[in-house]
Design a protein around this ligand. Structure first.
Ligand code: CMP
Length: 139
């Protein structure tokens, strides 16, 4: 079933000049970008995006990281896009990520982990709408 997911190439991966490599991995896996935006998060953009993690001990540090430099936000479309992107990314902690995954290649630790991907259809819907009006999706 074709579906959409939201991906973020985080500040650590942008600084490492890994944007091209990461987008190539999406495309090779059949995940087609249907919206793409490079942006600098404000603190409130980061806090709103990660609101589900508000009570977590790492929340402030995560938001500080996410405003530390530009990010690339994408909507990816394809069969089982949510699950496929999570497989491509690998485990949240790059040390536990499978060889060949994005986080294994570009992540540093559980916080500086190179990419974000929606984890369910409900979060994908919220996260896509957080950055893109429906009319900006080209797929
Ligand atoms: P992401 O997939 O963007 O979702 C939430 C983010 O919080 C996660 O990637 C990590 O960047 C960060 N994160 C998750 N768990 C921890 C943790 N235990 N310590 C620090 N950061 C974390």
């Amino acid at each position: 079933m074709s579906e959409r997911t939201l991906a973020i190439i985080k500040p650590d991966a942008v600084k490492k000049q890994a944007i091209g490599d990461i987008i190539a991995r999406y495309e090779k896996a059949g995940l087609k970008p249907v919206a793409l935006r490079m942006m600098q998060f404000s603190k409130s953009t980061a806090q709103g995006f990660y609101a589900v993690h508000k009570a977590r001990p790492f929340f402030d540090s995560l938001c500080t990281f996410m405003v530390s430099g530009p990010v690339v936000v994408l909507v990816l479309q394809g069969d089982n896009a949510i699950k496929k992107n999570r497989e491509l990314m690998g485990a949240t902690d790059p040390a536990k990520a499978e060889p060949g995954t994005i986080r294994k290649a570009h992540g540093t630790n559980i916080e500086f982990n190179a990419v974000h991907g929606s984890d369910s259809p409900e979060t994908a819907k919220f996260e896509i709408a957080y950055f893109f009006p429906e009319m900006d999706l080209v797929g």
